[in-house]
Design a protein around this ligand. Sequence first.
Ligand SMILES: Cc1ncc(COP(=O)(O)O)c(C=O)c1O
Length: 341
Amino acid sequence: MGTFVADRRNERFQLWLVAVGPLQEQHVAAERLAARVAGDDFERAIRVDDGIFRLPILADENRVDARLDRTLEQQQRLGRQDGGIRISSNENPLGPGKAALDVLAGRFVEAGRYPFNAIPGEAQFAATIAQKFNAKMENVVIGAGSGEILRNAVRAFTSASKPLVTANPSFEAPFRTAEQIGTPVKYIPVDSNMRLDLEKMADACKGAGLVFFCNPNNPTATVHGSKAVAEFVARVRKVAPTTAILIDEAYYDYVTDPAFSTATPLALSEPNVFVTRTFSKAYGMAGLRLGYAVGQVKTINALVRYRMPYGCNVLGIGAATRTVVRLVKQSKKVSVASAKT
Ligand SMILES: Cc1ncc(COP(=O)(O)O)c(C=O)c1O
C-alpha cells in the first residue's frame, strides 16, 4: 500500500510516495505505484529510502490526479491490493463512520428540499453545534466546508488598507483569497522548528484586518498549547484591538499534546475571535462539504453576511447532525461516569 504526500513548500509541487509498513513487498508495491504515477518522469525520481520516493513532479497537479485516479480505477477493477491512498489533501481514507453512512442512505428523499426546509436542516444543525459548545445558535455560522468560512473571513474583515496576517507556510485558502481581492498579506515565516512565530505574528497585527492562526498548522503539523493561544489573543487584542483573530482547528481531533485544548471558550468570551472546524478530516466527510465557526454574535454576524445562502447540502447536514448528537450524548455519559468515580 502506498500513500501520497504532497509537499508544496516553495510553491513547487512534489510528490512523495511512502510505503506503509516495513514489508519488502510493500516497498516494491510503492515503487510500482510511483512508476505509474510519475510515468516518464520516474526516471528522475530520487529514492529516499526503502519505499519512499521523491518524484520531481510534475508542474501540473491535475496530471498527477489523472494518473492516480486511473491507477485506482484500474486497481478497483482488478481487485488489487497495491493501490495508493492520496493524502495530499489530508482526507480520511476510511470515509464517514457507520452512523453517518446509515443516515446518508436513508436521506435521499430529503434531497428534494432546500437545506432550510429539510429535517434536520441548517438551523437544527447550527443549534446542535451550539449545544456542543454550550453556546447559542447565534454563536455559530455554518459553511460548505470550513474553507468557505476562511474565504468569507478574508472578505469580511480585510481590505486594501487592512492586511491579512498569516504564517508562512500555512494553509493557503486565506492568503489565496486575499491575493484575489487585492488585500495585502503579511507573511510571517515559521521559526527554525517550523512553529508559528506567535510574537511576530501578533506584532504584525497592528493595522491588520485579520490574523490567521492555524492550530495545528497545515502543512508543518505544529501545535500550540492553550496558554500560548491565550497569550497570543491577549497580545493581539492589546496591539490591535479591532483585528479579527481566526483560529483554525481543522485538525483538532488529531492532537495528542496535553497542553493543547480548543480555543472555542476564548472565542465565546473574547470579541473578534472565532474558531473554525470541519467535518472533512477526522469525520471523513470531505465530499459532503461541511464546516462551521464559533464566536461572539457580532463576529459571527460579520461572517453570516458573506455566507452562500443555502450553501450546505442536506445529506451532509443529516450525517453531521447525527454524528454530533451522538458525540454530545457520549461525552455526557463520560462526564457523568467520571463524576461518579
Ligand atoms: C488547516 C485547514 N483548514 C481548513 C481546511 C478546509 O477544509 P474544508 O473546506 O474541507 O473544511 C483545510 C483543508 O485541507 C485545512 O487543511
